[in-house]
Write a protein that binds this ligand. Structure first.
Ligand code: ATP
Ligand code: MG
Ligand code: MG
Ligand code: MG
Length: 365
């Protein structure tokens, strides 16, 4: 079995991907029946074959992978065939594992490229990835199924008089303040529609803060959503499988910051505590698992996803927040930890994801 691991990528979550991939690669490298090829994708989007011994050393010593952009190791893609090296020789690959997060990794673009090359790919395909990354469209689908989503409004930069985003957030913000007043009121969360790791997200307490938050979100995506800020416990569920996926006992994230922001996720070692499993009444845990499973199937996700839910403190209501089709994947990330707590080791999880990718590819062909 020849497995290609893709990491890095063109998104704001490039560094996060390099850390996720360090975990995956160290584990896969230890599997005797498997041969590994490492492909680093630079921030500019170029693919470079990487030296495995060198990267494994970095993974062990620094906890992350790096990318050496040697022009002799530049790769290309040949539709209908696969990945080719600088000489045009086809790289042997039975399965590709995109350990990528965010745009050009988790959003269906790389999945489409791989499908064009007939390469089985771990995780969701084009549709599931694209819908999972698109917070507004995912919510629309979930609402249609009667799943409980957090109330929201959308702001599109096409509605900003066609002027530059930075130059007209004042008008857009005034308009949004009115719509917020007419719906759920402040405080709110302002989010880029398609992003992850809390990049571009701001909690806004009062109307004065909205313009700056919109501008920040518009730097990441041309479509922004504004959600009612709820006082919640954050409950996450790991989903694993294709058509008939299973779920694991949910875990809880307890951020020490005002919310689970980028720093709490990655730079502040005391930014958040993870409690696995979450302390929940069995019936409530089951309800959250059922919602997560349904959310996964509704957007046509496959392989794996981490579904993030909220449990409103005052009312006990469950809300679906969002889905991540390529969640953080170091051995101490939430997804692998929840799966491990459910009795599946990190190694078994990787093997299962590869076999799910092959199964999905067989069904398609
Ligand atoms: P990731 O993909 O890393 O999980 P993301 O960038 O897709 O994150 P969200 O999960 O939507 O972003 O939001 C990030 C965090 O912001 C949440 O974990 C939570 O702490 C907070 N948050 C987001 N929306 C709300 C809300 N409506 N009410 C309360 N808190 C919220
Ligand atoms: Mg997300
Ligand atoms: Mg994410
Ligand atoms: Mg989230």
């Amino acid at each position: 079995m020849k497995v290609v691991v893709l990491y890095g990528g063109q998104s704001q979550e490039h560094q996060v991907s390099c850390v996720s991939a360090a975990g995956v690669v160290q584990e896969l490298a230890g599997m005797a029946d498997l041969s590994l090829t490492l492909v680093g994708i630079t921030l500019e989007g170029r693919w470079f074959l990487q030296d495995q011994a060198e990267q494994l050393r970095r993974a062990r010593e620094e906890g992350t992978l790096g990318i050496t952009p040697d022009p002799r190791a530049l790769l290309g893609l040949r539709p209908g065939e696969g990945i080719v090296d600088a000489e045009g020789t086809l790289l042997a690959a039975d399965c590709v594992f995109p350990v990528l997060h965010g745009a050009y990794g988790e959003d269906g673009t790389v999945q489409g490229l791989l499908e064009m090359c007939h390469l089985p790919c771990v995780g969701s395909g084009v549709t599931g990835s694209a819908l999972g990354m698109d917070k507004i469209r995912a919510k629309q689908i979930w609402e249609q199924r009667g799943l409980p989503v957090v109330p929201y409004i959308t702001v599109n930069d096409r509605s900003l008089d066609g002027r530059s985003v930075g130059g007209c957030t004042a008008g857009a913000a005034r308009d949004a303040v009115e719509r917020i007043a007419g719906t759920f009121g402040f405080p709110v969360f302002v989010k880029p529609n398609a992003a992850g790791s809390s990049v571009g997200i701001t909690r806004v307490e009062a109307p004065e803060g909205l313009a700056a938050a919109l501008e920040r979100a518009f730097r990441v995506d041309g479509t922004v959503l504004i959600e009612q800020a709820l006082a919640v416990r954050e409950i996450e569920t790991a989903v694993l499988g294709n058509q008939d996926p299973r779920t694991f006992p949910p875990g809880e994230v307890i951020p020490s910051h005002q919310f689970y922001d980028y720093e709490a996720k990655y730079t502040d070692p005391e930014g958040a505590a993870l409690k696995i499993p979450a302390d929940l009444e069995p019936a409530l845990a089951q309800r959250i698992r059922d919602i997560s499973r349904e959310a996964f199937c509704a957007v046509d996700a496959a392989g794996l996803a981490r579904v993030d839910c909220f449990l409103q403190r005052e009312t006990g209501e469950v809300y679906l927040n969002e889905i991540n089709t390529l969640p953080g994947f170091t051995p101490i990330s939430m997804y692998p930890k929840m799966v491990q707590a459910g009795g599946v080791t990190y190694a078994e999880l990787l093997r299962e994801l590869i076999s799910l990718a092959l199964e999905r590819a067989r069904h398609r062909s």
